[in-house]
Design a binder for this molecule. Sequence first.
Ligand code: NAP
Ligand code: MG
Length: 527
Amino acid sequence: MTARKFELTYGTMYNPPNELHDRFDAALTEVRSQLGKEYSMWIDGKERFADQKFEDRSPIDTGMLLGVFQKGTARDAVDAVEAARKAFYSWRRTPWQERVALLRKAADLLEERTFQISAAMAMEVGKNRMESLGDVAESTALIRYACDRMEKNDGFTVQMGNDPVEGYISTNVSVLRPYGVWLVISPFNFPASLSFGPTGSALVAGNTVVLKPATDTPWVPRLIAQCLIDAGIPKGVFNFVTGPGSTLGQALIDSPDVSGVTFTGSLDVGMGIYRSFGKGNYVRPVILELGGKNPSVVSRHANLDDAALGIMRSAFGLQGQKCSANSRIFVEEPVYDELVKKLVENTNNLVIGDPTRREVNMGPVINKDAYQDYQKFCADLRQHGNILTGGKILTDGALGKGYFAAPTLVDDLPLDHPLWQQEMFLPISTIAPIHSVEEGLKLANNVQYGLTAGFYGSQEEVEYFFDHIEAGTVYANRPQGATTGAWPGYQPFGGWKGSGASGKNSGGVYYLQLYMHETSRTLVKKA
Ligand code: NAP
Ligand code: MG
């Protein structure tokens, strides 16, 4: 019997072969020997430097300078959009098969560099090594998935019915065509897949791209940008700028030459972008992937070991800084005490520390603001609820050099407390007992968000959950993660309500079409 090849997804990452660890360790040594370099922007096929720079430091140890980046200005935004606009004509006329071939080449380069880029990710974001490898592998998968969809749909050219006009023959074809310059703005938590999933789709579809990553995490996107550059992406087709969202980002959003945007980040910034973008002369597509306040519901019929494991993983993976993090937990009363006990036990077994180390589950939170928010939230929760575990920052030894915070579970918090509604984006989850699954689902849906949700219970209850939950990505009875762990081609990922705007999920069969508009072509000749 031949061993099945290991496929890294967020669902399989808990038991990787040793080889994966060896390669990560080797890459880490290599990347560590090159810290502190200066990195350029990339505009119109050339490196671009700005007068002002900013430092990218590790949240593991703020003394560790990872790289120096360009503080791009409104001028750089204008130049990047102009370069993309100029390159659009020839890129859209490049046969889609050639675009696919080029993107596949970039994906192959990215795959070759997976371990180096993941090592950088662990230091830059503070993700543990398996989550870091996952984010990079997901980027490759998302680019390839976009290529696959283009091929499966034969470039999205569809022969339509020919209308029966007496004396004429008409030939009718529907074609999906790219919009123009596509802007991609990405968040800090998945700097690989949330930058290059949208970028890959936009490019395969025939748009040209300007990408602006988060200021906390420019390094990983710059390293992946190099894969596109090394694959030979034509000048102007892909542009990369770094700098503050409030100035550079806003200048990009305000440009009338941008035809569409994919923004992934918080609800507030996303709604601001939506409103700014709406000030143009006509409606342009806005793909928003926003925050979450994701619930899990545990019924009295649940397998409590699976539930306690899946909830712990989704609450505290990446330190609770996932849009899909399980931040609200509702448990039927008869099993409440037992579930809470198991959950606290699992949580207390988590290893917190330098996330580049093999045995570590949880690294630091992203920056000083997040670290201070954590302390503020914990003070509020201590006053109004009951802290079951955690509730404090961790400063012993080397932990004092970074932004480490204990995973925190809270119960007895009144259901009308604002922290049941607000996305904290930290390793903090609140728990409440419920009298029935119906009540649990009402509470689960009682938020402005609708990204992911999880359920543990009987088959019949699962049907009820699937039917009633208001969320775009939902899971039942899953020990690998209650509300997290989507993978392209397996679990299309996206949100409803305040969690997303397009109603179509990334890594799914309806996503690539969002980057194209339809032309219906009718050609008539006399019969
Ligand atoms: P954020 O603060 O909203 O920032 C996201 C991006 O927007 C960054 O690149 C930021 O640049 C930029 N930006 C800020 N203001 C801007 C403006 N006025 N115009 C244009 N761009 C602007 O989000 P974050 O803290 O990085 O990420 C966490 C949030 O992302 C959470 O709410 C999380 O739920 C959400 N998220 C959603 C998904 C999803 O798929 N639904 C996935 C991951 C994360 P600077 O960094 O320079 O400020
Ligand atoms: Mg940083």
